[in-house]
Design a protein. Structure first.
Length: 416
């Protein structure tokens, strides 16, 4: 049944309200023809806002739908992402389709993960394999000359559209493209690094090698083969760029979805890297560590858990010495506001929405010998340290505290 959610909509601008109405109608239309009509209207308005650089208008509508109707939210988000990461261009009387591609490298270490400009020979080596192993025949592309952390990637839809257009100009005109990094990356024990490429193929022709398969039933098989070859040939190249890191290469793909998959894929490594770091820094065994898991969200009256924060402490000392964040994305959110002392026994730790994340955390901790008998009693607000901005973590008493390493810890690189 369609949900009419008007509460709070009066605070939206006229354009934001139009976006909300079109997204709702796009999903709840009684036929595909009506839905497509609304999609075209929605695409026209989103495109207008992006070119006018009115990101805030788009953000307001997205945030409103996120809190009121996830189906319509997904419709609006899909349109905004598609218009910023892809499009069409005309060249010599022919139509070409373009796409911004993310090329993810997952890394974890107890030292530091490099980012920044890459030597030309590395770009050339990766480009050769990208063309040969990932792209369909005849697809043209241009690669940005750097390896970027998450906080160095384009963030807003307007920024993503600008990068897409810049790389397309590099393809068509041979212009030099340089992604202006927004800031220095924050060091983490486990994190994603990304290469970016703009790709262009004639309209109606495949972009990726698996799409060129004559039988659609073989797409997945070809995709798996491409990934294996990609990992086999490119991992040694990236190992030289990221010394001292454990690496996993994911399949390149469209910017937004591929970045989301990388964000999800790095989460288990954050736990492994944290334990690895603490074992070496404190000269202990993993079974000397205990963990507290808390669910955190902005709206404590709602059902949205936006992230789990995992706190570590020593068995003989309840002070929180280290913490990591496990973000929850989109439809992964957990139903239910309050968690009992034993989270693992809670209904939210089932195979329903969000439960897989919680079960995976428990399984990883258990595999590494980490105790987690004491868990957060309730869900917490997303609070951060006022001085340094670091997230606060739940201790064994359910209080939010700053994680502090012991003074006698080995003086290694202190990471988040």
């Amino acid at each position: 049944m369609r949900r009419f959610t008007k509460t709070g909509s009066s605070r939206l601008s006229a354009d934001s309200q139009r976006l909300v109405s079109l997204a709702l109608e796009m999903f709840y239309a009684s036929s595909s023809l009506e839905s497509e009509f609304c999609r075209k209207k929605l695409e026209g308005l989103v495109s207008k806002l992006l070119h006018a650089r009115k990101q805030s208008v788009l953000n307001d509508a997205i945030e409103y739908l996120f809190g009121t109707d996830m189906e319509a939210y997904n419709c609006l988000l899909e349109v905004a992402e598609a218009l910023s990461e892809s499009g069409t261009v005309e060249l010599d009387g022919r139509q070409y389709q373009i796409l911004l591609v993310a090329i993810p490298v997952l890394a974890w270490t107890r030292f530091s993960i490099a980012s920044g400009p890459l030597p030309q020979d590395v770009i050339d080596a990766v480009s050769d394999r990208f063309s040969r192993l990932i792209l369909a025949n005849g697809v043209r592309f241009a690669m940005a000359p750097g390896l970027y952390a998450v906080d160095q990637l384009p963030y807003s839809h307007i920024d993503v559209m600008a990068v897409t257009q810049g790389l397309v100009e590099a393809i068509v005109q041979g212009a030099h493209f340089e992604l202006s990094s927004r800031q220095e990356t924050v060091p983490f024990l486990a994190d994603g690094r990304y290469l970016l490429a703009g790709v262009m193929a004639e309209a109606g022709q495949p972009l990726f090698r698996w799409q060129a398969c004559s039988d659609p039933a073989g797409f997945e098989t070809v995709k798996e083969e491409c990934l294996k070859l990609w990992q086999h040939e490119v991992t040694p190249i990236m190992a030289d760029v990221l010394p001292g890191c454990n690496l996993e290469l994911l399949l390149p793909g469209g910017f937004f979805n591929t970045c989301r998959k990388a964000d999800q894929g790095i989460r288990p490594s954050t736990i492994k890297a944290a334990v690895h770091y603490l074992v070496h820094a404190l000269d202990i065994q993993p079974d000397s560590l205990c963990a507290v898991i808390g669910g955190f969200g902005k709206d404590l009256d709602g059902v949205q858990v936006e992230e789990y924060r995992i706190s570590f402490y020593l068995k003989d000392d309840p002070r929180i010495i280290y913490g990591i964040v496990w973000p929850v994305y989109g439809t992964e959110e957990v139903e239910g506001v309050n968690f009992p002392a034993q989270l693992e026994g809670h209904a939210s730790a089932s195979s329903r929405r969000g439960g897989k994340q919680l079960l995976q955390i428990f399984q990883l901790l258990r595999e590494m010998g980490i105790s987690f008998e004491k868990t957060a009693v309730e869900r917490f607000a997303m609070e951060f340290c006022e001085d340094c901005g670091a997230p606060l973590f739940a201790d064994t008493n359910g209080e939010l505290v700053h994680a502090e390493m012991p003074e006698d810890a080995k003086k290694e690189t202190r990471l988040h």
